[in-house]
Design a protein. Sequence first.
Lengths: 87, 87
Amino acid sequence: MLAAGGARVVRIASRGQADPPGQWYDQAEAEFVLLLAGAARLGFVDGTERDLAPGDWAVIPAHCRHRVAWTDPARETLWLAVHMPPA
Amino acid sequence: MLAAGGARVVRIASRGQADPPGQWYDQAEAEFVLLLAGAARLGFVDGTERDLAPGDWAVIPAHCRHRVAWTDPARETLWLAVHMPPA
């Protein structure tokens, strides 16, 4: 969607999609996510979960294993994600 | 540069520019900033300052008065800023 100085900005649309339990994203770069619309839940490898409503954001450090645990099946969920450049 | 679901993403280039002491940004929306290149310093109304190197980021809450206290005059500083949508 956009790349600048090593950062990549992407918009992601989901409707009910989630990652299977036990399947983790393990990314080399930190990521900033902002929920634009809908509702979602992030899950982390330590067992914590985080509900996101529109306007909520999270920074996911590099190699912090996480998954999308849930998105609302009844409406579109929109995410803005910024993948940080490598340090 | 990009608008999605009420969020605006902008890329800002500076070379030595700073805001005059005592002049503050007081924004109705929270802002996420990521330094892509160069070097900068943010100042806050409580007197704290924060140096930013490439890869460093900050979330500035709505109505948190801040200014760009310094950018490196010797090279280009690049910022990626995400203005959050109103809650």
